[in-house]
Design a protein around this ligand. Structure first.
Ligand SMILES: [Zn+2]
Length: 101
């Protein structure tokens, strides 16, 4: 997978390098400034957060179940019993499964 760095961070690293002469820094900074940039979208990460429910179905019986909701938009995961079947939320967040606590 490709890795990206902001031009401003690369320039700051070069600017703060103690082992470069000023003309070397200026040359390197200029090369970074004129280099083409990629359009990169930051990945929003979220988690499926478990909600534990327990409904009383009779005097002695309970029905326990877990629903999951998105940590970013709050949407409940509907139609999937296993949150690992939904690697992305509808809001676009890339999901990691939060451990049960
Ligand atoms: Zn969401």
């Amino acid at each position: 997978m490709a890795e990206y760095i902001k031009k401003s961070i690369a320039i700051a690293i070069i600017s703060n390098s103690a082992d470069l002469y000023p003309f070397e820094k200026n040359q390197a900074i200029h090369r970074i400034e004129v280099s083409p940039a990629a359009d990169v979208v930051q990945v929003v990460r979220g988690r499926w957060i478990p909600e534990h429910h327990k409904d009383k179905v009779s005097q002695t019986e309970y029905h326990s179940y877990i629903w999951y909701h998105c940590s970013e938009c709050g949407r409940r995961l509907i139609g999937c019993r296993n949150p690992q079947e939904a690697p992305y939320c509808h809001c676009g967040a890339k999901m990691d499964l939060m451990e049960d606590v």
